[in-house]
Design a protein around this ligand. Structure first.
Ligand code: SAM
Length: 239
């Protein structure tokens, strides 16, 4: 419970910084919905811009599978699944206290193509610890890279490359540095804020992430600028 509260407190700060154009003040989550569903306002705000990017890269006719890492509340996976009824979505989280919310969103997804969540720590040194027995067409990871130690990004690409089909895509979203520069000022403030919460957190440089990804046969193929100075990055497995 303590971990859960800390997670929610951190999200207040994240909500304020991540969607700066839609500055959010007040309670940052709501349990007003009828079930265990948790509502992160930031996830509601960024889900549509992210979906527009997914529509450019996901094959809507493919009877394929999508792994979501760091699913959070389950809002994103349910929304994306509704918009890609042919794909089957596997949410995952490391934080057990979020599972009931993810399950509630999964159960209420009208297209019935969201599985129940599995526990995955992206930082696992061995992909066997992800306990997945299948290969995925796509992996989605929203707003995790900068609020977790670098080992999580390493695991994302290293383990992700081993559960992704050749030619498969990884989609990441969040705030990033590029070639040693963080801009604009709101992202500099955001970086400082998250580092003050945890010294191992912070905006990652896209070039550093490319180096990690390349080691595992994954290349960056597209960069999209999204609202509130966030980016959506499309990574492709080469072999
Ligand atoms: C800022 S929240 C984003 C949640 C969700 N993707 C969203 O955008 O609403 C970061 C999430 O990363 C998860 N996380 C942190 N470290 C992780 C790890 N090592 N493996 C998997 N998930 C992790 C947290 O539990 C949290 O749900």
């Amino acid at each position: 419970m303590k971990t859960f509260k800390i997670c929610l407190e951190r999200f207040l700060i994240l909500s304020q910084h991540l969607d700066k154009n839609l500055f959010y003040i007040g309670t940052f989550h709501s349990r007003k919905m009828s079930s265990a569903k948790i509502n992160y306002p930031a996830a509601n705000r960024n889900k549509t811009p992210i979906l527009e990017v997914l529509k450019k890269h996901f094959d809507a006719n493919l009877k394929g599978t999508v792994l979501e890492l760091a699913s959070g509340t389950g809002q994103h996976v349910s929304f994306f699944a509704t918009n890609f009824p042919n794909l089957e979505f596997q949410p995952s989280e490391t934080e057990q206290s979020l599972f009931e919310s993810i399950k509630a969103y999964a159960n209420d997804t009208p297209t019935k193509n969201v599985r129940h969540p599995v526990r995955i720590d992206t930082s696992a040194k061995d992909v066997k610890d992800w306990k997945l027995n299948e290969y995925f067409d796509y992996i989605i990871c929203v707003n995790m890279i900068h609020v977790s130690p670098i080992e999580c990004s390493i695991g994302l690409f290293k383990n992700g490359s081993q559960v992704l089909k050749p030619g498969g895509l990884i989609v990441t979203y969040g705030a990033y540095a590029y070639k040693g520069v963080i801009e604009p000022q709101s992202n500099i403030d955001f970086d400082r804020s998250i580092r003050s919460q945890h010294p191992d957190w912070g905006l990652r440089d896209i070039v550093d992430l490319e180096n990690i990804a390349n080691e595992h046969g994954i290349v960056l193929v597209h960069k999209y600028d999204l609202p509130a100075n966030n980016k959506c990055l499309i990574w492709k497995k080469q072999r």
